[in-house]
Design a protein around this ligand. Structure first.
Ligand code: BJ8
Length: 385
């Protein structure tokens, strides 16, 4: 076990930020904590909490690691998958490096096949997510997968998950959800006192905090800070165009798209993504069987990997109303077939049913298309400004 706590071979070559990341997780491990790496909103974090483990999000969000991944994975793959795998396989991600277990799901084809390779680097458990909610037995299968994952997590982390510890984890995670939802809902204020860039950066950083209490405290502090900013500087002032971002996770293209949109005068006030406000709205039921409650909650996530996926349109409708949206930008990562195909129905819904401007941007983590993306964002915003 001691050998696991050695730093990687190339540690001295890493940037200070990366070195700090390694040292932080190593310190946590030295306290005896177990770390579980995750990649998706379908992951029931409550199971990890119930075994006294710490969940860390491992989705790759930069070009780092992509060249390394392309030695193994096809080049024409989603950048999120390549970056995640490349960082893991090259020992460049401190959180993967120190993870005791990877907890993943059968979402899109690229991810689930990549997990097979990842399983050769680390103990990896892939939960069998049903491809749709409506199939006979889908809910039952997912509930069984909760039990199977609980047994494996308990085993690897060396702490049995009891009904009591799981119920406590559900209550605590619901508190986190509430804090996250309230922070997202800052976007409902008009004009919005926080940029989408700020909000998404804060919310992404939350996944690298190691205790639920710390996450809740930071989110509450930020919410109060934005409310104060609204009262003192924004209230009663005119609002610029209010945009919603929908589609694939944007953590790896935040600078290229969200920052650019806001530099040009619009504000991203809403995120229709797997981790956005709609996913936080419904807590896990604290009554009844906890495994069934987890299965029910996590099967409702409106990701395009689900077929069919009608809940996404209901959620879009609700958010357009609640956040007073003037236009929608759909971001699809290159080679993400599920979101790319669903985009046609999203476009129809936004432009025909909701009569709002819609912009489709397909991109990757490189900077090679930045100029072209700026031109398209400019032209789109001209319709709104
Ligand atoms: S719940 S959005 S985190 S699957 S973008 S890797 S789908 S090819 S990230 Fe996702 Fe879970 Fe859904 Fe959210 Fe595949 Fe598409 Fe890449 Fe994706």
């Amino acid at each position: 076990m001691e050998t696991e706590l050695r730093l990687p071979k190339h540690f001295e070559d890493y940037t200070d930020a990366k070195k700090n990341g390694f040292l932080r997780v190593m310190a946590l491990k030295e306290e005896g904590k177990k770390v579980v790496g995750t990649f998706c909103s379908y992951t029931p974090g409550e199971l990890v909490m119930a075994a006294d483990g710490v969940c860390v999000g491992l989705c790759g969000s930069s070009e780092d690691g992509i060249a390394f991944a392309e030695k193994t994975l096809p080049k024409n793959m989603c950048p999120l998958i390549k970056s995640s795998y490349g960082l893991a396989a090259s020992d460049a991600c401190p959180y993967f490096y120190f993870s005791d277990l990877i907890l993943a799901e059968t979402t899109c084809d690229g991810k689930k096949k990549m997990y097979e390779l990842m399983g050769k680097l680390k103990p990896t458990h892939v939960m069998q997510l049903p491809p749709g909610r409506e199939g006979d037995g889908a809910a039952e299968l997912w509930e069984k997968e909760m039990h199977r994952a609980a047994a494996i997590i308990g085993d690897v982390l060396g702490k049995e998950i009891t009904e009591k510890s799981l119920r406590e984890a559900i209550v605590q995670k619901n508190k986190e959800r509430k804090a996250m939802l309230e922070l997202y809902e800052i976007g409902r204020l008009k004009p919005c006192p926080a940029t989408g860039y700020e909000l998404s950066t804060i919310l992404d950083s939350i996944q690298f905090m190691f205790t639920s209490e710390e996450k809740i405290r930071v989110m509450e502090e930020k919410k109060q800070e934005f409310l104060k900013r609204y009262e003192e500087e924004y209230k009663g002032k005119p609002s610029g165009p209010r945009l919603m971002i929908t589609g694939c996770p944007t953590i790896g293209v935040r600078d290229k798209i969200i920052k650019q949109v806001e530099l040009l005068g619009a504000c991203v006030v809403a995120f229709d993504s797997c981790a956005g406000p709609r996913a936080q709205k419904d807590p896990v039921s604290e009554a009844g069987d906890p495994y069934k409650a987890l299965a029910d909650k996590y099967l409702q996530i409106n990701c395009a990997v689900m077929s069919p996926n009608p809940g996404r349109f209901e959620a879009l409708d609700e958010m357009i109303r609640d956040y007073e949206i003037d236009g929608v930008i759909e971001v699809v990562l290159q080679s993400c077939h599920t979101f790319a195909i669903e985009a046609e129905a999203v476009k129809r819904f936004i432009t025909q049913d909701k009569k709002l401007p819609y912009l489709y941007l397909e991109t990757d983590y490189s900077q090679s298309d930045s100029g072209q993306i700026n031109t398209r964002i400019n032209a789109f915003l001209e319709m709104l400004l």
